[in-house]
Design a protein around this ligand. Structure first.
Ligand SMILES: Cc1cc2nc3c(=O)[nH]c(=O)nc-3n(C[C@H](O)[C@H](O)[C@H](O)COP(=O)(O)OP(=O)(O)OC[C@H]3O[C@@H](n4cnc5c(N)ncnc54)[C@H](O)[C@@H]3O)c2cc1C
Length: 493
């Protein structure tokens, strides 16, 4: 049976022992070797995928479609889908059909260039190239399984280019609804309430990853061996205030858009067996609840449809800027909170879920609506004359195709049709760009720059794909482009 010791526990005890010479004077019994694998596992399967979000489901399904049998997905929550299912589902990809129809010029190279530039050229160009070259294959793969996207692509908030695909239902749950029947078709078992707490290698910080330990639905510790490999697809750490503020203290008290499952468990667990991490301090925030509030209203998804103002009723940033630019601009406002404003046209473009959220916000005091800008300003607690002047100036800029704040002409749409809507735009931790270092074969890389045999990773748990700042729409692109590819790669082992 597995021991509950890990390398971190061991080092922690050693550090606590300090000058008592714990490390040199005490020899550990064999059963307590920190990375030691059990001699006998409770169960043996072919492949274990950790995490039943979009990335994990895509990898498992693609692997099964390419002949891998006996795949088990371990998922710690009592439900599958992860953050993927609550996401807006916006998926950046070149698309000869839709973009061709809309006369938008694009290419995988341009998508890669935008991705690299948008993240300050810190990302690994090879990983970016792999993602952008394979995104359209992932779109068609999903469509072949029944996924429906809207007819037109658009520029998502922080996406910097019109190549974002909206699921027909405008939510990430559409992907999960398509992938779950495939898991059933191929006999992939999803074991819920199964939290992975440890990985095992053949040797101490060396050799193949051969299995793991997890806590099952009854709270019992179980071990499982994987004869082929383990794929880590456990998402980010946006819902772990301690972990995120270790890398950037500004984020400790912010709210998060993530589900509580996004605690980054497999990052330290993989580090325990030698894995390297990259980009851990690159953390994205999106407009959401200001600290202390609980209901998030979303009006900012379509870059062309909204403007933002601060408490002085003045705009403070081009609303189609990079997400980190907007984050820093909002965090610099008094009370770190601004407002998003749309008109009737912008409101109608929101998906039904976001419209319902806005209507609920009218009750909770997180959103406001009115037939005139002045009335809206009063409800928001802003100076009506100042907001009127801001809207007039913005609309004049739309006519002139020249925006004072520098919003691109293609994203200029007047705020002119009543009723007008507004909501808070505080900052919520949204996405963590850093994580396990991988190569273009999805193998996790160790601290000596070598791939760890038997250990693969995909999705938000990985680092190196987005650089300092993730483009809106590129996370869904990552999990499905790279999830599908990872499944194909491991099928060839
Ligand atoms: C509200 C919201 C809207 C978003 N909208 C967009 C968008 O429109 N476009 C876009 O590109 N990106 C968007 N994102 C980001 C994107 O959704 C995520 O980055 C992406 O879905 C992550 O997918 P994943 O498979 O890596 O992780 P997830 O989908 O989060 O899945 C990870 C799974 O692993 C499980 N897990 C974690 N730890 C363990 C453990 N120890 N043992 C077992 N299981 C574990 C979790 O419970 C979870 O089910 C959005 C995110 C949010 C929160």
């Amino acid at each position: 049976m597995a021991t509950n010791l890990s390398r971190r526990h061991f080092l922690g005890s050693a550090a606590a022992a300090g000058t008592a010479g714990f490390l040199t004077s005490v020899s550990l019994p064999a059963s307590a070797i920190p990375c030691g694998a059990p001699t006998k596992f409770d169960e043996t399967v072919d492949t274990i995928v950790i995490g039943a979000g979009g990335g994990g489901l895509a990898a498992a399904v693609a692997a099964a479609q390419h002949g891998v049998k006996n795949i088990v997905i371990l998922e710690k929550m009592p439900f599958y889908g992860g953050n993927t299912q609550i996401s807006g589902g916006g998926f950046n990809s070149v698309d000869p059909v839709r973009q061709g129809r809309q006369k938008i010029k694009d290419s995988p190279e341009l998508h890669a260039k935008n991705t690299l530039n948008g993240g300050d050229n810190i990302a690994d160009p090879a990983l970016v190239k792999r993602m952008t070259e394979n995104s359209y294959a992932a779109i068609t793969w999903l469509q072949d399984m029944g996924m429906k996207f809207k007819d037109d692509v658009y520029q998502i908030y922080g996406g910097l280019y019109p190549r974002c695909h909206a699921p027909f239902g405008s939510l990430g749950s559409d992907y999960i609804k398509v992938l779950i029947p495939q898991t059933k078709k191929y006999g992939i078992e999803i074991r819920l309430k199964s939290r992975v707490c440890r990985l095992f290698r053949e040797g101490n910080l060396e050799g193949k990853v051969i299995g793991l330990e997890y806590v099952d639905a009854e709270g019992k510790h179980k071990t499982m061996k994987a004869t082929r490999c383990i794929v880590v697809a456990t998402g980010g750490f946006g819902a772990n205030p301690e972990m995120r503020s270790r890398y950037d203290p500004r984020f400790k008290n912010l709210t998060t858009t993530n589900l509580p499952c996004s605690t980054g468990d497999l990052i330290p667990i993989s580090e325990d067996i030698g894995a390297d991490v990259t980009g851990m301090d690159f953390i994205q925030c999106n407009p959401g609840c200001p600290p202390g509030r609980t209901h998030r209203v979303i009006m900012h998804l379509y870059a062309a449809n909204f403007i933002m103002v601060g408490p002085d009723a003045k705009r403070f940033v081009a609303e189609d800027s990079r997400r980190d630019v907007i984050r820093d601009a909002i965090l610099a406002l008094p009370k770190q909170t601004g407002f998003s404003i749309v008109d009737e046209r912008g409101f109608e473009a929101l998906n039904p879920g976001h419209q319902a959220g806005a209507k609920k916000g009218l009750q909770t005091g997180d959103a406001w609506t009115a037939n005139t800008i002045e009335e809206l300003a009063k409800k928001m607690g802003l100076d009506p004359k100042a907001l009127r002047a801001t809207i007039d100036e913005f609309n004049a800029g739309v006519d002139a195709k020249k925006d004072k704040m520098g919003k691109a002409p293609r994203n200029l749409t007047k705020i002119e049709r009543a009723p007008f809507w507004a909501c808070y735009a505080g900052m919520s931790v949204h996405h963590t760009m850093g994580g396990l270092r991988i190569n273009t074969k999805s193998q996790v890389i160790d601290r000596y720059n070598k791939p760890i045999e038997g250990l693969y990773a995909v999705g938000e748990v990985t680092g190196g794909i987005h650089g300092t700042n993730r483009l809106g729409g590129n996370a869904i692109c990552d999990i499905f482009s790279n999830g599908r590819l990872t499944g194909i790669i491991i099928s060839k082992l």
